[in-house]
Write a protein that binds this ligand. Structure first.
Ligand code: CUA
Length: 325
């Protein structure tokens, strides 16, 4: 074997061994190779489809790579001259029929399985009105706003009732860009497109589920996270009711500050936008509202559709940062 070829062969072998070891370690902890554990019937069906497809793709991978390695060893040049031709073969009808029919059968099996699972992914189970709720999910640059049936709202964290059907209306705002609402443990991705309503649902046990924006939507897209906080129904009802009362104003303002303002600003240093600490605007309700509703320069109109209750709540919270020092 010439030195160059040997060096390449050794390098390839070492790389492959390292890759295989790394992969087995990564697989042991899932490491993002597979979907996270499902906590909603539709997410379960997505995971089942993923596993079903993986069985075929995994088998094909092993067969193809195994044959490749076996052929490399079995048909290596050995002592034959470098320019010796192999045997010339033309046509192999039986083989050609097999490699046409088998993939067709595999694709048919995958399609049948997915179409069988699909209705249970797309359609929520039938539930009495008392056992379900509808929450609107709004995608904004760069935060999520949730609107509840009683008009209450929350930012970044959705509160939802446990073990009941939660219908989600995912909407985009006319003045904003496309986002995509994705809670991997509770189902698939749904785009928030201006002017369109997309619908999905989940039914989950109590827990805290990570959401993220899955559509490149601007400079802070990578940080556009959210959470779905699933709690017992009574706690959900209490949250919604309290949200509209003055007792919750400060908490709402703090949530808005952390979820919306801090996405692009910091108090004491320039981040995406200028530092906010000591800015008198933070205590000037009228001026702040104008800025939030209309945007300015590179700052989008982040609060264009906020209620006056929300505007009050934010100023109530931010006024503490308006004075220097
Ligand atoms: Cu919103 Cu990416």
């Amino acid at each position: 074997m010439p030195t160059g070829v040997r060096r390449t062969a050794i390098a390839t072998l070492v790389t492959s061994v390292v890759a295989l070891v790394a992969t087995s370690i990564a697989l042991a902890g899932n490491a993002g190779f597979g979907p996270p554990p499902a906590h909603s019937p539709n997410a379960h069906r997505i995971v089942q489809s993923y596993i079903f497809v993986s069985i075929f793709t995994g088998a094909i991978f092993v067969i193809v790579e195994g044959a490749l390695i076996a052929f490399i060893i079995k048909y290596r040049r050995g002592k034959r001259p470098r320019n010796a031709d192999g045997a010339q073969i033309h046509g192999a009808t039986r083989l050609e029929i097999i490699w046409t029919v088998v993939p067709v059968l595999i694709l048919a099996a995958i399609a049948s399985f997915v179409f069988y699972k699909l209705p249970g992914i797309a359609n929520a189970p039938k539930a009495a009105a008392a056992d379900q709720t509808t929450i609107t999910v709004e995608g904004h640059q760069f935060y999520w706003r949730f609107v509840y049936p009683n008009g209450a709202t929350s930012f970044t964290t959705m509160v939802a009732p446990a073990n009941q059907v939660v219908n989600e209306r995912i909407v985009g705002l006319d003045w904003d860009v496309n986002h995509s609402w994705w809670v991997p443990e509770l189902g698939g991705k749904f785009d928030a497109i201006p002017g369109k309503v997309n619908k999905t649902w989940f039914q989950a046990p109590p827990g805290n589920y990570l959401a993220r924006c899955a559509e490149l939507c601007g400079i802070q897209h990578a940080f556009m996270y959210g959470h779905v906080h699933v709690v017992p129904r009574a706690q959900y009802d209490a949250f919604m009711a309290k949200r509209l009362t003055p007792a919750d104003t400060y908490a709402l303002g703090q949530e808005m500050w952390q979820g919306v303002c801090l996405a692009c600003h910091r108090l004491s240093e320039k981040y995406i936008g200028p530092a906010l600490g000591g800015n008198p605007l933070l205590a000037d309700e009228h001026a702040l509202e104008t800025l939030l509703r209309q945007g300015q320069g590179k700052m989008p109109a982040v609060g264009k559709n906020w209620t006056s209750h929300e505007m009050n709540a934010l100023v109530d919270y931010t006024k503490q940062f308006a004075k220097k020092g």
